[in-house]
Design a binder for this molecule. Structure first.
Ligand SMILES: Cc1cc2nc3c(=O)[nH]c(=O)nc-3n(C[C@H](O)[C@H](O)[C@H](O)COP(=O)(O)OP(=O)(O)OC[C@H]3O[C@@H](n4cnc5c(N)ncnc54)[C@H](O)[C@@H]3O)c2cc1C
Length: 529
């Protein structure tokens, strides 16, 4: 990239990109080791974190155990979880909830003062800690941001848009970020002895998503373009019950509603999940999402019926969902909620080890942008905030033990507002239509051709290249996986391959193969001419 750098900022310690739960928690666990947290939007309200509803999974109930939590995680992951990572995360969950309590997170409690626990699909026990019903994400994000603002070793900067990693002798030594837009945009090089990506997921690459528009897969794309190994990108989780009222992003009807007994019906009141899975509405997310997708494809409308299970207590117990329904004139205590599947969570990401270390020296990744082996082919509900906490703490320990603090230098420009824009419509449409709930070879090949065209038309715009790199990695991995498993369903390969493994690739592998593919296609065309 040819660039004019307007200023250079030397960070003393860790440079953390992303101010969701993963980024803020890493910074707090690092303290008093210095960190600079850089984000697009305001810490405390940033990323998917602030939107999380259900809560955090942790085996803290009397009749529960970390072994049972790990077993449920592995079972949801459809054969591709790393069992050691699942055990480690489940074991460390209680300590991380204690950390949040110590930071001031106001978890809901029972009359005896112990944590109130909710149940979600595919968990064999009540183990979801929650706050004010469905406000876990907002409250935890606010608590962590307030705590970070008051920590002298943490600097928080919003309104910076990172576009590329900086490397020196094969080691990540910082990143380039834009500040301001249009003619006023400035390019700042932030240099740091340790860089942590906590950049969230990629749901906004899809036209129908529950994620904020800033979840554009840019961290994944940046790491891939710098040569990092990327894992399991084909596994995108589609939430079955996004509220289908034409909003972008689509508001979410949390899974806890089905945990409380809400049912899925069509326009005639038929409870269609009874014919699909013995657990009906509490079947794994991918099963429910596919069933709703097929109902809609067959011309039906799918509704969540909360009238009997929740009724008049709805507004008090699920205020966020209630408010979303109200904007569309729906009273969920008395009326059905129209629902559709939406891109919700990315199991894949930057391949990271048990300390969040990526394959690039100097780069750690934590939270949704990482692929640690915890989720396998399908995330167990409420395990993602937990993963962000466990790996945030582990990355912090690793950095503190191995990275030397150095003198800081340079002053970043004052933070300013930044509003993420939606990725190109043609890309989002292709991802939803061709790389969505159900996929096949022809559709995935068409999606790759569309991604090629978007890249050609976009010149060398780095933010766009980050998004298309992420989209390409999802699509190529989905094309390569000739089986169906967890969040990945191929209509042309509906069975699960007993030999299936996790997928690891670099962008260079993908580009070589794409080039080879194009040459073969050209040779075949010439031969057949
Ligand atoms: C509606 C909804 C409900 C959910 N409910 C739950 C739940 O109940 N339980 C659960 O465990 N999980 C839930 N999830 C998933 C969970 O919220 C996310 O996986 C988790 O919050 C991700 O946290 P994170 O810190 O990794 O990323 P995020 O919170 O998404 O933060 C990403 C950060 O990176 C920044 N960023 C990204 N790219 C750039 C860039 N190029 N330049 C500058 N900054 C950048 C963003 O500004 C942001 O600060 C839910 C998700 C959604 C969308």
């Amino acid at each position: 990239m040819s660039r004019t750098i307007d200023s250079i900022v030397e960070c003393k310690g860790a440079l953390i990109l992303g101010a969701g739960v993963a980024g803020l928690f890493t910074a707090l666990k690092l303290a008093p080791f210095p960190s600079l947290v850089l984000a697009g939007t305001r810490p405390g309200m940033s990323g998917s974190s602030a939107w999380a509803q259900g809560g955090i999974a942790a085996a803290v109930g009397e009749d529960d155990s970390w072994q049972s939590h790990a077993a449920d995680t592995i079972s949801a992951g459809a054969g591709l979880c790393d069992p050691e990572i699942a055990a480690m995360v489940a074991r460390e969950a209680a300590a991380r909830i204690d950390d949040l309590v110590a930071f001031g997170a106001p978890f809901d409690r029972k009359a005896d003062g112990t944590l109130a626990l909710g149940r979600e699909a595919a968990h064999s026990a009540k183990r979801i800690v929650h706050i004010r019903g469905d406000r876990a994400g907002a409250e935890i994000s606010r608590t962590l941001a307030e705590r970070a603002l008051n920590s002298p070793s943490i600097s928080l900067l919003e309104g910076f848009h990172a576009i590329e990693l900086a490397l020196e002798d094969g080691r990540v030594c910082g990143l380039f970020a834009r500040h301001g837009t249009g003619a006023h945009a400035r390019l700042i090089l932030f240099r740091a002895p340790a860089v942590v990506f906590a950049t969230g997921g990629l749901g906004a690459l899809y036209a129908v998503t529950t994620n904020p528009l800033e979840a554009r897969g840019e961290g994944l794309g940046m790491a891939a373009r710098a040569g990092a190994v990327i894992a399991d990108t084909e596994f995108v989780q589609f939430h079955p019950t996004a509220i289908a009222i034409g909003r972008d992003p689509a508001p979410l009807a949390t899974e806890a509603l089905r945990g409380e007994g809400a049912i899925l019906v069509d326009e005639a009141g038929r409870r269609f999940m009874l014919d699909v899975h013995p657990d009906a509405e509490l079947a794994p997310r991918d099963v429910v999402a596919r069933a709703i997708h097929r109902e809609i494809a067959a011309g039906h409308t799918a509704f969540l019926d909360c009238r009997a299970a929740i009724g008049e207590t709805f507004a008090q117990r699920f205020p966020t969902v209630f408010a979303a329904c109200k904007t569309a004139g729906i009273d969920p205590a008395k009326q059905l909620i129209p629902v559709a599947p939406a891109a919700h969570y990315h199991m894949g990401g930057i391949a990271s080890d048990q300390f969040g270390r990526s394959s690039l020296p100097g780069l750690w990744s934590v939270g949704e942008c990482a692929s640690t082996g915890l989720h396998g082919a399908n995330r167990l509900a409420s395990n993602s905030l937990l993963e962000a906490l466990v790996f945030g703490a582990r990355a912090a320990d690793d950095i503190e033990a191995n990275v030397t603090i150095r003198p800081g230098q340079g002053t970043p420009p004052a933070p300013q507002r930044f509003a993420a824009t939606a990725p190109p419509h043609v890309l989002r449409d292709a991802m939803t239509r061709l790389v969505g709930v159900e996929r096949n070879e022809a559709g995935l090949s068409d999606a790759l051709a569309i991604i090629d065209q978007i890249e050609r038309a976009g010149g060398a715009e780095p933010a766009l290249l980050n998004m298309t790199a992420a989209a390409r990695l999802v699509t190529v991995a989905a094309l390569d996986r000739r089986e169906s498993r967890g969040g990945h369903f191929r209509t042309d390969y509906p069975k699960t391959d007993l030999e299936g493994q996790r997928s690891f690739m670099t962008l260079a592998d993908v580009e070589l193969r794409t080039k080879a593919g194009r040459e073969t296609a050209k040779a075949l065309t010439a031969r057949n001419a």
